[in-house]
Design a protein around this ligand. Structure first.
Ligand code: ADP
Ligand code: MG
Length: 243
């Protein structure tokens, strides 16, 4: 089957001359349709840069990105059919939850009846139907995070990108939202790439895990591969160590 996402020979450098740093060193990853791929590694190893290249927020120095059957290098972020969830869930404060979720559909001129239907589907998937009339200020942190995901989900993207979405939440909420993201992936089936520096999050959420260090992909495998058959001592130490 064709890949949902194909990352080929991606290099990224920042700066020039003696100030040049190579942040990504030839990364190759193939993501299958419906997969939940984790990018894990210590802070500064290049995870966000790679995610931003997939999203089109940065262009690679070399290499290709294919989403579905399209080469998207040079294609604007809005035309890539992706949705991104960050740790700062910037909801529109003056809009209700329903309006927040429906906003992207409104911009695309989706008729109101279809919009309302989609808002209700998404709200029921996320179990926030009872919150649709509230404003963001009247929500808890976890509820806001759900609305942010609802907003991304409403557009039915081909690809979901997450950059450490849970890192601002307290420990209890983080565990709850981890389960929520897992459930959401199961019901939506949308191919996802999820960046984290948290080994536990990686092992519990990933269908496969890409372990990175200093811009180099150390190993790509299932949680069992990574845990039972680490490719090198770095992977063994990283996954084995508590967060
Ligand atoms: P991670 O998300 O894994 O913490 P990043 O992808 O944010 O890592 O950053 C990787 C490296 O690239 C870091 O050393 C960071 O300082 C550097 N970097 C990121 N963006 C830029 C930029 N726009 N200009 C220069 N260096 C950058
Ligand atoms: Mg980052």
């Amino acid at each position: 089957m064709a890949s949902a996402l194909k990352i080929s020979g991606i290099r990224k450098t920042f700066g020039h001359g003696d100030k040049m740093v190579e942040v990504l060193k030839r990364i190759d990853i193939d993501v299958a349709p419906g997969e939940f791929l984790i990018l894990v590694g210590p802070s500064g190893c290049g995870k966000s840069t790679l995610l931003n290249i997939i999203a089109g927020l940065e262009e690679p120095t070399e290499g290709a990105i294919r989403i579905g059957d399209r080469n998207v290098v040079g294609v604007a972020p809005a035309q890539r059919d992706i949705a991104m969830v960050f740790q700062s869930y910037a909801l529109y404060p003056t809009m209700s939850v329903a309006e927040n979720i429906g906003f992207a559909l409104e911009m695309r001129k989706v008729p109101k009846a279809d919009r309302d239907k989609r808002i209700n589907e998404v709200a029921s998937m996320l179990q926030i139907t009872h919150l649709l009339d509230r404003r963001p200020a009247q929500l808890s942190g976890g509820q806001r995070q759900r609305v942010a995901m609802g907003r991304a989900l409403a557009r039915q993207p081909q690809l979901f990108l997450f950059d450490e979405p849970l890192s601002n939440l307290d420990a209890k909420l983080r565990v709850e939202m981890r389960a929520e993201i897992k459930r959401l992936h199961q019901v939506s089936g949308i191919t996802s790439v999820y960046v984290t520096h948290d080994q536990i999050e990686a092992m519990t959420l990933g269908s496969r895990i890409a372990v990175m260090k200093d811009g180099v992909l150390q190993q790509l495998g299932t949680p069992d591969d990574i845990y039972s058959r680490p490719a090198n001592t770095y992977v063994a130490g990283f996954i084995g160590s508590p967060t």
